[in-house]
Design a protein around this ligand. Structure first.
Ligand code: PHE
Length: 340
């Protein structure tokens, strides 16, 4: 039997050495070592031998298997190396070929306008604060002088995170409270950021951006409010832009006003954009209510302040002549590509 095995081995090894490619070797491997191979057949037949012959025969068959495996591995590595050398000789790389360029990024119009607004207010001496987007009912409403059950709470359809306790801020005004808790007056702060309201239609998005501004110092009065906001509008839209104030109401300011600017499209003559009035509503403002100062730990007998807030989407739409707010949220690359 041992002689037979030696003969088999010679045959197997020459089978391997005559294979000349990786697929041929794979075929040889299946034939010589696979389930239906002679070697496996021999191993299975061991049981039929006399018990005293089994160990020797088993060992010899195993040696045969190891010899075949080793020969296969050696041949595979020789051929792989040969193929690699052949490929390296055959293939050439044109290292002068220019690579594919990554697409060029750009800025979102909201981001661009935000940067511009921050620049203007930084130039007027305001510092920038960012409050959290998840707020307490306390800071979003109560400390801003919204009484419980006040209808103004319904005016701002609230996304509740935790019923009655935590919410997505409906405006940037709670940053007033954070600043009062954090700094001693005097301070002048702007707070740009995202706000959330659950109304959504063609002109409203559930997420939008506001910029809040407030200035607390001794002797601040409505004249400071008007002067500061006029200066801001002149820097943003040019010195020919006119401003006017109309009485309004916000729970956290008293007195409150809305500011209009002369139409940025027709300059005040009247057009489609300003619906023929020559004016456009741009922001809400007022003197910070003494109750709000007190809630923030500031003595309203000693300090006064003004505050204002406006939507950044509207400013961006006016600036770039965008007539549909949805364009600002769809992030269509053909639209955004125009702001590089
Ligand atoms: N928070 C108000 C709003 O969202 C805007 C505002 C801010 C009004 C500050 C007055 C003072 O409509």
């Amino acid at each position: 039997m041992l002689d037979d095995l030696e003969k088999l081995k010679a045959g197997f090894l020459s089978r391997i050495s005559s294979a000349d490619s990786l697929p041929q070797l794979e075929q040889a491997r299946v034939e010589l070592l696979g389930k239906k191979s002679e070697i496996i057949g021999l191993l299975k037949g061991l049981g039929k031998l006399a018990p005293q012959d089994r160990p020797m025969a088993g060992k010899a068959i195993n040696n045969l298997r190891v010899a075949v495996e080793t020969a296969l591995e050696q041949k595979i590595s020789t051929i792989s190396r040969r193929e690699m050398v052949e490929r390296l000789e055959k293939e050439t790389f044109d290292i002068t070929l220019p690579g594919r360029k990554a697409g060029e990024g750009g800025f979102h119009p909201i981001g661009l306008v935000m940067e511009e607004l921050i620049d203007i207010f930084a130039g007027l001496g305001y510092m920038v604060e960012e409050g959290p987007e998840i707020e307490t009912d306390e800071r979003n409403f109560k400390m801003l002088n919204f009484p419980d059950d006040h209808p103004a709470r319904d005016m701002q359809d609230t996304f509740w995170v935790q019923n009655g306790a935590r919410l997505l801020r409906t405006h940037t005004s709670p940053v007033q409270v954070h600043a009062m808790e954090k700094y001693k007056p005097p301070f002048a702060v702007i707070a740009p950021g995202r706000v959330f309201r659950c109304d959504s239609d063609v002109t409203h998005s559930p997420v939008f951006h506001q910029l809040e501004g407030f200035h607390v110092d001794k002797g601040i009065n409505f004249g400071h409010l008007k002067g500061s906001l006029e200066l801001f509008i002149h820097r943003l839209y040019g010195v020919d832009t006119k401003v006017r104030f109309r009485p309004s109401f916000f729970p956290f300011t008293e007195p409150s006003a809305e500011m209009d600017i002369s139409c940025v499209m027709c300059g005040g003559k009247g057009c489609r954009l300003c619906k023929g009035t020559g004016w456009m509503e741009i922001l809400g403002a007022g003197m910070i209510d003494p109750n709000v100062l007190s809630a923030g730990g500031i003595d309203p007998e000693e300090w006064t302040g003004f505050a204002f807030g406006f939507g950044i989407e509207r400013i961006a739409m006016l600036k770039y002549g965008i007539d549909d707010i949805r364009l600002l949220f769809e992030n269509d690359p053909r639209f955004l590509g125009q702001f590089r």
